[in-house]
Design a protein around this ligand. Sequence first.
Ligand SMILES: Nc1ncnc2c1ncn2[C@@H]1O[C@H](COP(=O)(O)OP(=O)(O)OP(=O)(O)O)[C@@H](O)[C@H]1O
Length: 516
Amino acid sequence: MKEFWTTMASVMGVWAFCQSILHTVFPPELRFASLKLFNRITNWFSLYCYYDITEIDGVNTNELYNAVQLYLSSSASIIGNRLSLTRGLNSSAITFGLSNNDCLVDVYNGVAVLWEHVVTQRQSQTFSWRPLPEEKRGFTLRVRKKDKSLILESYLDFIMEKANEIRRKNQDRLLYTNSRGGSLDSRGHPWESVPFKHPSTFDTLAMDPVKKSEIMDDLQDFAKGEVFYQKTGRAWKRGYLLYGPPGTGKSSMIAAMANYLGYDIYDLELTEVNNNSELRKLLMKTSSKSIIVIEDIDCSINLTNRKKSNNSSGRNKNYDVSVSPPDMRGGSGSGGGEEGGNSITLSGLLNFTDGLWSCCGSERIFVFTTNHIEKLDPALLRSGRMDMHIFMSYCSFPALKILLKNYLEYEEGDLEREMLENLEEVIDKAEMTPADISEVLIKNRRDKDKAVRELLEALRVRAEKKREKGGSRERNSTDVEDEEEEKRALESPKEGCESQESFKKGEEDDDDEKIH
Ligand SMILES: Nc1ncnc2c1ncn2[C@@H]1O[C@H](COP(=O)(O)OP(=O)(O)OP(=O)(O)O)[C@@H](O)[C@H]1O
């Protein structure tokens, strides 16, 4: 034993001696250089190159790190045995991630790459304006040298794009509304938001399937149209005008659009906007990939007559409008222009949707809804302003089949042929809105047969009334009043909106605007 310790001591002595010689002969600079040379030589012969993507870049969060994490989560959920799970704010989906120091192989365009999630303890807390996490996290990407250019040119962009897609899919939609009188919230934002969980989709939307798929294709083309818009020099935005009687699904259509594209909704309440500059500021605070909605535009703002103002100077053309509901505005001097302080103008609104300011973001959809298209100023309807005019009609037979499926789970062929024929015969004549039909179906949804029988009865009664009234050419005023009373009861229209009959009159005038 003694001998062993003596030998050990002499070995240690020799080692210390060699080390001191090494330090004298090779100074630290030379050692560092030789280490570098060694690394170079090994790199030279290595088949791979490596890229480090750290979570924090200096003091800022590295977007690429988050994107890679999200992107890998889709493959990790299938392959991994031990995964980290996260659920983000405003997200109803759980994201899978690689655990510490785990690896995953990904294949892109036939090229295999290796991702490693590297987690180490942070050595010392460097000075920063915000505390850094104790762990240093990052991804290391190992790529074959021959595939380097492919990876750098397109793989990383592909990851960013995919991650955005996943983020949008996982994240709940947000519904924004402008705060009262343009006041700002604690973050200096003029919009207040709540999670948007409207269940309406294009599957549940009752409308003619051809029209529906035309709209879906248009939305798809828009969402994928970045290159097209860039090439043609057009702003990447699109306008839809939804018009039709109350209860035909205009709001449901907006929700379906948002759910289809994964966009947030900005519900712009015009009566809360004081002037054009406030309108512009609101627009500037909207994000890309969003739908900006102005509902019942004819009720919240008077955009009808551009007649000359009867003020004495005669210079004030009546583009300027008051934002109070039309029936509260009174006859004289409607609006008063921006001088009034509490007004926005038609040109202001057009600038909002169409002018230079409308291009301060991208990939945005504007949707206006109205029950009275005939009340809108032609300037708002001109081509290029609202790209698509969508007529939301009374319930048609194909739309009825969708409602029967939604509420009673009736598939094509579940209903007796005779019943279907009866419904088909009467549905167009009855001119009932999907909202009215939904009410009848909901009421009896536990007894499907009863629900369908009652629906048929309601449709027949309605059709008969229509026939009687349509038959007598000279209707007296009591008839009209009765009819309007009945419709008011059925549709409970919003304050300031007129009855469906006047809508229909306008609708006939504007037939050429419809999409059928
Ligand atoms: N086309 C439709 N498809 C499916 N459901 C519909 C449709 N139209 C109306 N509904 C039903 O009626 C309800 C009211 O419809 P919605 O609010 O979308 O109509 P609207 O045209 O926007 O009415 P308003 O002009 O009064 O705002 C919805 O919650 C939905 O259940």
